[in-house]
Design a binder for this molecule. Structure first.
Ligand SMILES: [Zn+2]
Length: 333
């Protein structure tokens, strides 16, 4: 470890950032400034075994290093953004339902396998950190990231650092109660923010309107199941001003505005950063609708003090955040 610490002092070594998702692994070599030097993508295949997934992370990491034209020994540390409930201090994944993992000491296993220091945090936190360090929140002190995709995730950077909360679950804005006795949520509760404003929720509402006799360009596609309608399809129908789709997307924008308002009121942050598949696919008019709803529901001086920004790093936010997190923690050790 000593030699690695010296490498940091001598001139920052490149880092590995890994975005571990339920369907894909993205590993990138990232320089000290957050610039991606190479990338490798592989399927996660969580249905096999945890050892198989770990081997795939290792393989993907080694491929990215080779792709960058570097020796493995040149890498300073690896940061990994993982899904589910985890303890960033012990590096144990307590529960990751989409990987079928329980109490898995991921940090220890990877350090043994890869022989470099490994730092773990929640994937959404890593994404927000990436946006804070070199993206939409650069130079700010306090930001909250809200990511609207299949569901809704959130993370906080307070005074420049990830705010983890007392049991590492801070920022789970997707599960704040938004509608009393509302639609069921994947978490088992009813009417959560993501159950009324995530992509699946928007598509479910469109489907229900079609079932009542409504007409939409997404009619045929939606019969393939809720998951078959992606953000790009919603964006296309929104662009074409499909009235049924517009109504449901505007309803989601209203709820997202409420979520933004709650975040602004509790945190008084410099900015709320909006990202995720739905935000990326839809145009500025959607953000405008969200901001209008947030303004309507927030005390004026608080609203005025907060910027509402679109995320800048897209799918790379987690790998960049993970790599920079690893660098910063390596410097602290
Ligand atoms: Zn929920």
């Amino acid at each position: 470890m000593k030699s690695i610490r010296n490498k940091v002092k001598d001139g920052a070594p490149p880092l590995l950032g890994v975005d571990l998702g339920g369907t894909k692994i993205l590993a990138c070599v990232v320089d000290e400034h957050g610039k991606i030097l190479s990338r490798c993508k592989k399927k996660t295949k969580p249905e096999k075994s945890s050892q198989e997934v770990i081997s795939r992370i290792a393989l993907c990491s080694r491929s990215a290093v080779a792709e960058a034209g570097l020796e493995w020994e040149a890498i300073g540390a690896l940061g990994i953004g993982a899904p589910g409930a985890l303890n960033p201090h012990t590096g144990v994944i307590n529960l990751a339902p989409n990987l079928n993992w329980k109490h898995l000491p991921l940090k220890d296993i990877l350090e043994k396998e890869l022989k470099i220091p490994v730092f773990i945090n929640n994937d959404v936190n890593m994404g927000v950190l990436g946006e804070h360090r070199i993206g939409a929140g650069k130079g700010m002190r306090n930001v909250m990231g809200i990511f609207i995709g299949t569901g809704i995730g959130g993370g906080l950077v307070i005074n420049g650092n990830i705010y983890e909360g007392s049991s590492f679950m801070a920022g789970e804005i997707g599960h704040i109660p938004m509608v009393e006795n509302g639609p069921p949520c994947g978490c088992g509760k009813k009417g959560c923010f993501e159950a009324v404003a995530g992509r699946l929720a928007i598509v479910r509402e469109i489907q229900s309107e079609i079932a009542k006799g409504g007409k939409s360009s997404l009619q045929t596609m939606i019969s393939g199941g809720l998951g078959s309608v992606k953000s790009k399809h919603l964006a296309q129908a929104w662009k074409e001003k499909d009235p049924l789709v517009m109504e449901q997307i505007e309803k989601a924008a209203h709820y997202i505005g409420l979520g933004v308002s709650i975040a602004i009121t509790i945190l008084n942050p410099d900015a709320i950063i909006l990202g995720g598949g739905v935000i990326e696919a839809l145009d500025a008019h959607f953000i405008k609708k969200i901001a209008e709803s947030a303004r309507e529901h927030t005390i004026a001086p608080l609203f005025k003090a907060t910027k509402i920004r679109r995320a800048l790093l897209g799918d790379d936010a987690i790998v960049i955040g993970s790599a920079l997190y690893a660098r910063e923690h390596l410097e602290k050790t």
